[in-house]
Design a protein around this ligand. Structure first.
Ligand code: TPP
Ligand code: MG
Length: 763
């Protein structure tokens, strides 16, 4: 079916996913690769299905005799006692255990060398969690370092982002081109591919940007949600094309942050059983032992939230317990899994087990002793035992084969389910069906008035019909925000995981963090997240991260000023527009009517690597203010009306619900013979980016009499009205009362705008 035929088609679930999940697992000691695989099974499985291919049935690397001998020599040097007898030297299972141990020591040495070289970085957590990260990259996770963006890869999030070095070392050993030894040497240096905290825009292999603690947990929930949703929409009883797991490492700090609890609560509620959260319980944060600040049982908390919880007492002596925990996670079919691993921060160092190990370099003596402890003392910094690369890259080879398998599945899928395949491919491209913009509604002056939140609801629903990736929800204000996709169901497991409305409950912060995960999953989802503008404060760090990590989330923020009326100052945003406009890259729109709202959506949807925030009114405004234009919104600012032949005497600049006050005032002034221009400054950032000539055309520098009208903080407006201009804004918290009275109290009336303009004109 041609893609164009999909236009205006609604996208109900393409099939009723009645799947049972079977988990198969085994541990192949010969290759020492965990053989784990989950596959979808259905009563009517077809013979063509190859989704059950085990994740590893790898030939043992020891079959290569030279390889084995090289390891035996290395192990003799490192553990002469353990490997003294011929019998032990030949026991491949035993050898493999020692190989793993040695690989982890190599990881630790690279961490120490990098911190020492950079004179910066966070070595503590990285040293403590070396076994876990090595095992995840070396055995458990499915990825292809030669194609880091392979769609069906497992996703990994380091919520404890300060431990970035641990991830960089693993990426390097696993063969990701983005992290070479030279990059490790440039840790935290300006312009390096190894910045202080992981950034998805900088280093391939990093899925999301983390650092503000707790955010990564919400991102991981978003990634797992994306997988569960897409799997339900596209997988068929005979073939699964969306089938990956999501792993996340968090620390004590993440566990303390509220966002992780909000997100964890949702993960359990949504039954995201392919999500595994690994808690680095090292009992320390920066200021000292967690005894200072923490007395709850974190595992019990996660259990109460509905997680499968497992405690691993000692990963450092024996990784087997961690492997068993992963096996338990894979066999869980309803709950996400929380694995608490007890580790020692700063393992090997004199500072081990104390908060002093959190960050910073080690003194020379400490480095010497660490190297002696692991028989590394005569090796050059940044040494990698060649066989360590081979061990790690066996996982990438496996990933490469899995990717090939996935492509053949996709091929089969395409031939059997062409319609769904077209939709899936569209999503993987970017989710934008050619001509999608034309679905946006248009309004005329005779259309009934509504709040801009109402126009927004209509835009959103029109877009949902042509954008298969549009998905999202509100933090318990769906009807108030008018952010609900009608007839497209609620995401719910197991009933309706294909549903495209997400019920976040009253969890704004997690909503935004989860939306970042949805946006960065790579599955073509276009997430929207809605609440009252005043609560953007609760989400602020996630919004900032949307911008930093290029997550094209659309924030729908209604009740955008004191114009919301009765709820009063606690609910009336004042400083929010100014604060959010200051977030780099974020596109903040404050549309004045239906058409500008449609224009804002057009830009927001088209820009998939930039977040947008659409501020919308609760109070009614005209459906079409004469002179506004959906298309002009992409310029950020434009002339709405002007009665002057050449230059106006005065310019009235408005946004959102106050644009009509400017228009009304302009009409009064024009009747009195004044030459007045009205400008809509619907998106400052886009206007600022216009060529100088265009800006000069809209706001000519020799028209110095200017009035801005916006029911928000005056901060920033001087740039547009100039020294002689007047800003009508609000520098207080607002007041409870009917909207028209509140507006009047603060001077947002046509009369006050006219009075202000006249006084300026008389100067
Ligand atoms: C939201 C947030 N607050 C504060 C910080 C600063 N910070 C970075 S690491 C850290 C301590 C975290 O402790 P933990 O997660 O236990 O990490 P560990 O010290 O064990 O490596 C703090 C407070 C931050 N990155 N994010
Ligand atoms: Mg800690």
């Amino acid at each position: 079916m041609a893609i164009s035929n999909l236009l205006f088609k609604s996208f109900p679930p393409l099939h009723e996913p009645k799947l049972t999940i079977q988990t198969n697992r085994s541990y192949d000691y010969h290759s020492n690769k965990l053989s784990l695989w989950c596959n979808f099974q259905c009563k009517n499985r077809l013979k063509t299905d190859n989704s059950t291919t085990p994740r590893s049935k790898q030939p043992s690397l020891f079959k290569d005799q030279d390889y084995k001998v090289s390891w035996q020599e290395e192990l003799k040097r490192a553990y002469p006692f353990e490997i003294s007898s011929t019998h032990k030297r030949e026991d491949e299972e035993y050898l493999q255990e020692l190989v793993e141990k040695r690989c982890v020591e190599n990881v630790r040495m690279l961490i120490v060398d990098s911190v020492q070289h950079a004179k910066a970085g966070h070595g503590g957590m990285a040293l403590g969690m070396a076994e876990v990260a090595y095992f995840l990259y070396g055995n458990a996770m499915r990825y292809n370092s030669r194609n880091p963006k392979w769609f069906n890869r497992d996703r990994f999030v380091l919520s404890a982002g300060h431990g970035s070095l641990l991830q960089y070392v693993c990426l390097h050993l696993a063969g990701f081109q983005s992290v070479q030894i030279e990059d490790l040497k440039r840790l935290c240096k300006l312009g390096s591919r190894t910045p202080g905290h992981p950034e998805n825009g900088v280093t391939e292999g990093i899925e999301v940007t983390t650092g503000p603690l707790g955010q990564g947990v919400a991102n991981a929930v978003g990634l797992a949600l994306a997988e569960a949703h897409l799997a339900a929409r596209f997988n068929k009883p005979d073939v699964a094309i969306v089938d990956h797991r999501t792993y996340c490492i968090m620390g004590d700090g993440c566990s303390m942050e509220g966002i992780s609890n909000e997100a964890a609560s949702l993960a359990a509620h949504w039954k995201l059983h392919k999500l595994t959260l690994i808690y680095d319980d090292n009992h320390n944060t920066i200021d000292g032992s967690t005894d200072l600040t923490l007395s709850e049982d974190i595992s019990a908390r996660f259990e109460a939230l509905g997680w499968n919880t497992i405690t691993v007492d000692n990963t450092q002596g024996n990784i087997q317990a961690f492997k068993n925990a992963l096996i338990s996670a894979y066999s869980e079919t309803k709950k996400p899994t929380f694995i608490r691993v007890k580790t020692r921060i700063g393992k090997l160092s004199k500072k081990e087990g104390t908060s002093k190990a959190h960050h910073g370099t080690f003194d020379e003596d400490d480095v010497k002793q660490m190297k002696q402890k692991v028989k590394w003392d005569d090796r050059e910094p940044f040494h990698v035992i060649p066989m360590v690369y081979r061990e790690m890259q066996a996982q990438t080879d496996l990933g490469g084969r899995l990717e090939e398998e996935w492509h053949s599945k996709l091929h089969y899928y395409q031939s059997k389910y062409p319609e769904e395949a077209a939709e899936f491919k569209l999503l993987l491209a970017d989710g934008l069906l050619p001509g999608w913009e034309s679905s946006l509604p248009k309004w005329s002056m005779s259309d009934p008035v509504d709040a801009t939140r109402g126009y927004s609801g209509k835009c959103l629903n029109a877009l949902a019909k042509v954008l298969p990736g549009l998905i999202g929800g509100s933090a318990d204000l769906a009807s108030s925000n008018q952010a609900y996709l009608h007839n497209l169901g609620d995401f719910k497991q197991p009933d309706s995981p294909w549903g495209r409305n997400i019920r976040y409950g009253v969890r704004e912060h997690a909503m935004a963090g989860i939306s970042n995960g949805l946006a960065l999953h790579g599955g073509g989802l276009i997430p929207f997240a809605a609440t009252f503008l005043v609560f953007s404060d609760y989400m602020k760090n996630s919004i900032r991260l949307s911008a930093l990590s290029r997550a094209g989330v659309i924030y729908i923020m209604t009740h955008d000023s004191i114009g919301l009326g009765e709820d009063g100052p606690t609910h009336q945003p004042v400083e929010h527009l100014a604060g959010l406009r200051a977030v780099p890259h974020l596109l903040l729109f404050r549309p004045a009517d239906g058409n500008e709202t449609a224009g804002a959506y057009k830009v927001a949807v088209a820009n998939r690597d930039v977040p947008s925030l659409i501020a919308l009114s609760r109070q009614k405004v005209a459906a079409h203010v004469e002179g506004t234009s959906a298309d002009a919104v992409e310029k950020g600012g434009y002339i709405v009306s002007d009665n002057s032949v050449e230059l106006p005497e005065i310019i009235l600049i408005g946004t959102g619900s106050e644009l009509c006050l400017c228009e009304a005032s302009a009409n009064v002034l024009r009747k009195e013979g004044r030459r007045v221009r009205v400008v809509s400054l619907v998106c400052w950032r886009l206007f600022d980016r216009q060529p100088r000539d265009y800006k000069e055309l809209v706001l000519p520098s020799n028209v110095s009499k200017r009035v801005s009208v916006e029911a928000g903080s005056p901060l920033g407006w001087k740039e547009y009205v100039g020294d002689e201009g007047v800003v009508i804004g609000i520098d207080d918290f607002g007041a409870s009362g009917p909207y028209s009275e509140v507006f009047k109290k603060y001077g947002f009336t046509e009369e006050n705008v006219t009075k202000t303009a006249k006084s300026l004109l008389s100067k």
